[in-house]
Design a binder for this molecule. Sequence first.
Ligand code: ASP
Ligand code: MG
Length: 480
Amino acid sequence: MRVLKFGGTSVANHQCVLSVADIAENELSLGQVALVLSAPAKITNHLVAMIEKTVAGQDIVSNMSDATQIFADLLSGLKAQQPRFDYERLKGLVERELASLKQTLHGISLLKQCPDSINASLICRGEKLSIAIMESVLQARGHKVTVIDPVKNLLAHGHCLESTVDIHESSKRIAALNIPADHIILMAGFTAGDENGELVVLGRNGSDYSAAVLAACLRADCCEIWTDVDGVYTCDPRAVKDARLLKSLSYQEAMELSYFGAKVLHPRTIAPIAQFQIPCLIKNTANPNVPGTFIGDALIDDGQKDQDMPIKGITNLDHMAMFNVSGPGMKGMVGMAARIFSVMSRKGISVVLITQSSSEYSISFCVPQKEWVKAHNALTEEFYLELKDGVLDPIDAIDNLAIISVVGDGMRTQPGTSARFFSALTRANINIVAIAQGSSERSISAVIENNAATTAVRLCHQMLFNTAQVVEVFVVGVGE
Ligand code: ASP
Ligand code: MG
């Protein structure tokens, strides 16, 4: 069994949808195939914008007409190019979906607010339509198809806009469906159901996570994430033009890279595939012959692993703020760290990086910049007495920061990586605000000024990967 996930750009128009069907058909020779689809590109953004604008009493005409046009073009393209495509049925379905969307938005405009559960049920409509369209395309090509309803079969817990799937229970539900081996399986990404059977979503860009979860539930041989780039690069190829494509990554490297900002990997995707040891491939829908990036522990063909690369990537997380809790009372006081991080967790603020000086005089940590006010208020409330009595110094907060991280399993055996990393930053005259290295030695991170992040990534890439450097040569002389 292989699970193939296609992102929004891979189902953006009728040619893309037909390529997805071709890719799925090609893979049938390797065994049964399950497809997880995102909404066509831009659709989820339009849905989110329409909800926000409706709540704010603004006009949604342009979003609605753009979304309607995307589906109209998709369907008319398929009608022209895919023999036996059931155009009339799909056209009716899209029209009904859009009409129900308009009706719900009308309700929201009267209420002037949108409850989270309604929000969840609206923003995943694109995925539902992608599946209906793909089902028709595959049926038109003579395939038998089973559609898994993620609301009934993926049990999820947590907030309805950012739920987490219970793989154990979902595996049982999916096994009970007894899907015949000669069927192509389809499932909408981004979507699941809570313990009451109500629809929930898995967070923006959550379709990768859906695919990872389905691969885990089906104990698939491989989870393929098809996207619009050739694989995972040593750093963002849009920022650094000689970024290198990686042949392989371990689960831990993939986890660190995604956590620290590599855009092709969604951080939550790696956990289920690592837990169930499912090999994963990142592939390009527009360029299917490129081997892509392999994520897993199993050795693939000799030479396929980047064993000679101790460092796999450099990433940056922008728009961070750093808090520093310090004071004479910190030394030896048991439970300070626990209090800091439990108050952050109670407020739902994710802490991205932590450092503590060994003198125990201070603890510093980064949170996303948008959480600045919330985090600051939470800390001043929690330590009200300590601050009043001078046991703690006033809480120090720095904003406009970025975290730049170097990731690679091989760093633990290769001394000198951090020296080269820091000397690259020094050469660029970039001030380092804080440093963190996990004891796994798999990543080193430096906190720097936000607007230096792109330069830092570029220079570190040059220094650590020995890529082309611009050398200016002047020849001075008086001639013969
Ligand atoms: N369509 C959803 C989004 O754009 C989920 C996804 O594409 O992964 O966030
Ligand atoms: Mg997407």
